[in-house]
Design a protein around this ligand. Structure first.
Ligand code: DGJ
Length: 376
């Protein structure tokens, strides 16, 4: 009898705790999915299919090893952006120690786009090989016929080997790569970085590709934005028609300005980017930029945050990961950032804020809670 009561009590408690329904965003707070568990999709990317949003992200586990890929890429779905259904693991790590995607490697910032021509869902992600820290700086590719997966791992590459960026002057291409003679952070080093010393070093092998996003333009062309050249300079690389490779058409963007965490959107024919500086898992002042074409040139616009000094210095304690275009609203956007907790990565929270505009500059203000009507 006692056992029966206990089981009923457990069932009721379980039922109650799972029955969470949201009608607004609560940035930075615990956010339960349909199973009653905090959403586990960090460094996220979003894709809209018909009237449904899909949220892909790094599935973290507890403890310091939780930032390595122990499980893979998680996916959630939602019709209203507040309530998310756990759709399981879209891309799983491999048990095979010979696979580059073996459990314990690093998978970060997965982004998925849909290719109209092939009918395939295409995922690119930042990939580091197991046991090599962050030195591989690869970008990985996986594909699926279904949005929620399972995604099949295809390859990992350092993009565009043997190809110069379209905006790299001929006169620079033969400059020597004398890294040993340069002291990091000296004015000469900074100048050499802007001049592309790391670009030239990696010319044959292919370029470094770490923090990343994907952007599909209205004409169906897709672009891969990634932190390259030791995280000092962004690259924007055009993807092939099937989105499965790089075409070789790419540019260096904001050379030497140390941008990570790029998140791109288009409004009134202009391309905007939020990004961060370079401080590991710690937050830093946000950055923004604008361009007339994804390949640039990009012009820095400054810190988009409009909060207290501390909020501006930390991007509201977050690092950008994506900007979601809202379904059914003309040019309304939501900033998505991660509030990392590297000591226990599974606890990381999400910062969703409306993208507002000061003239033609996208800005961010803090709201303890807000709903989509704010974007009217
Ligand atoms: C900052 C990046 O934005 C994250 O994605 C992650 O790579 C951390 N650095 C690792 O320190």
């Amino acid at each position: 009898m006692k056992l029966k009561i206990l089981i009923i009590a457990i069932l009721i408690t379980g039922f109650i705790s799972k029955d969470v329904s949201y009608d607004r965003f609560h940035p930075g707070k615990e956010w339960k999915d349909d199973r009653g568990e905090h959403i586990n999709a960090h460094g996220g990317g979003f894709l809209t299919v018909d009237d449904t949003y899909y949220w892909f992200g790094e599935h973290k586990i507890g403890g310091k090893e939780g930032n390595k890929a122990q499980v893979g890429v998680g996916v959630y779905s939602s019709k209203d952006l507040y309530n998310w259904k756990n759709e399981g693991i879209a891309l799983s790590v491999h048990e095979n120690p010979d696979s580059p995607l073996v459990k314990g490697c690093v998978i970060e910032r997965p982004k998925v786009i849909y290719n109209e021509k092939t009918g395939k869902f295409v995922m690119w992600f930042h990939h580091e090989l197991k046991g090599k820290g962050y030195e591989s700086a690869l970008t990985g590719l996986a594909v699926s016929d279904q949005v929620t997966g399972p995604y099949t791992y295809v390859k990992s590459v350092n993009p565009n080997p043997g190809i110069w960026p379209a905006n790299y002057p001929d006169s620079m291409k033969t400059k020597p790569v004398n890294l040993e003679e340069l002291k990091a952070w000296s004015p000469e080093w900074k100048e050499a970085v802007v001049d592309g010393i790391f670009l030239r070093r990696d010319f044959e092998r292919g370029q470094m590709a770490r923090d990343m996003t994907l952007f599909v333009d209205d004409d169906g062309k897709a672009y891969h934005f990634y932190s390259s050249e030791n995280n000092q300079t962004l690259h924007v690389a055009e993807l092939s028609e099937d989105y499965l490779s790089h075409t070789g058409n790419y540019t260096r963007v904001l050379a030497g300005q140390q941008n990570e965490a790029p998140a791109v959107f288009k409004k009134d024919g202009k391309y905007y980017m939020f990004s961060s500086g370079l401080t590991g898992w710690k937050p830093n002042p946000g950055k923004s930029a604008v361009a007339d074409h994804p390949l640039g040139p990009w012009t820095a616009l400054g810190n988009p945050c409009r909060g207290t000094e501390e909020e501006n210095m930390t991007t509201f304690w977050s690092q950008s990961t994506y900007v979601i275009p809202v379904i059914g609203k003309k040019e309304a956007f939501i900033y998505v950032g991660d509030r990392w907790t590297p000591e226990n990565p599974i606890d990381g929270k999400y910062i969703f804020l409306p993208v507002e505009f000061e003239g033609s500059m996208p800005i961010l203000r803090w709201y303890d809670q807000w709903d989509i009507s704010r974007l009217e």
